[in-house]
Design a protein around this ligand. Structure first.
Ligand SMILES: NC(=O)c1ccc[n+]([C@@H]2O[C@H](COP(=O)([O-])OP(=O)(O)OC[C@H]3O[C@@H](n4cnc5c(N)ncnc54)[C@H](OP(=O)(O)O)[C@@H]3O)[C@@H](O)[C@H]2O)c1
Length: 222
């Protein structure tokens, strides 16, 4: 039975990854911050772990809880959008810190703990990024702080891919998806986005490490 870790599984894209992976026969470790979500994940059949990616001590606890585990797939899904404004408004330090801690520092602190477990299974580390972080695709500044955080996350993924040669590291854009971040008017239902992404993930080869893909399998510019 293949094993996956889904980081940020209380709702939205992360919760749907858990549902589809369990349906497909995976053993799933799933993280959430609140007790109600942990209980719900556990009753759905996942192994629930408490984790706030913006808390360093929380990440250390995850490391010893998973000690010795081999992960075929680690999904870094947790993220926040932050303020919606663009470059005509200065972000506050508090808003900047909140978004960068959750979207960037969290991944940077998790990778040295999680990536060796993925290498042990010759597995895949998949980071849910966004086309909003693509410098090569940028046409506007709306969601400025979020864009900057996802561009930084992309560098986290690309640069780490050189150090963890036995894992396949990719960034994935999920589409504009009906979730807390995407909102109700998003065109892509969460079930479709996750189905598409699992298809892309299933086809990844070691030579794809250090790449950025959309949920439909097209390669995106960083
Ligand atoms: N939806 C879209 O259109 C879209 C497009 C591009 C990229 N994305 C990316 O997809 C990922 C998932 O977002 P979503 O669309 O599913 O939005 P969502 O419904 O708002 O879910 C966000 C998830 O991230 C978790 N999270 C936030 N901060 C966290 C922290 N400090 N520690 C642990 N977990 C934390 C939330 O947990 P709580 O329940 O505890 O808050 C929740 O599970 C994000 O990285 C987002 O940037 C989404």
């Amino acid at each position: 039975m293949p094993t996956a870790l889904v980081i940020g599984a209380s709702r939205g894209i992360g919760r749907e990854f858990v549902r589809q992976l369990l349906r497909d026969g995976w053993k799933v470790w799933a993280t959430a911050r609140d007790d109600a979500s942990l209980a719900e994940l556990q009753s759905a059949g996942a192994q629930a772990l408490k984790l706030d990616v913006a808390q360093t001590d929380s990440i250390a606890t995850l490391g010893w809880q998973l000690d010795g585990e081999k992960l075929d797939l680690a999904l870094f899904v947790a993220g926040v959008y932050g303020p919606g404004h663009g470059a005509e408004t200065a972000p506050t330090s508090a808003a900047f810190d909140q978004v960068m801690h959750a979207n960037v520092l969290g991944a940077m602190q998790l990778i040295p703990t999680v990536a060796p477990m993925v290498e042990a299974a010759r597995g895949k580390c998949v980071f849910i990024s966004s086309i909003m972080g693509s410098i090569g695709s940028a046409t506007a500044s709306i969601g400025w702080v979020y864009r900057v955080s996802k561009a930084a996350l992309d560098m986290v993924v690309k640069s780490a891919s050189f150090d963890y040669r036995h894992a396949t590291f990719v960034a994935l854009h999920p589409g504009w998806v009906q979730t807390g971040i995407g909102g109700p008017n998003a065109p892509v239902p969460v079930e479709q986005s996750v189905e598409d992404m699992l298809d892309v993930i299933g086809k990844l080869q070691p030579g794809d490490s250090g790449s950025f893909y959309s949920h439909d399998g097209t390669r995106l510019p960083w």
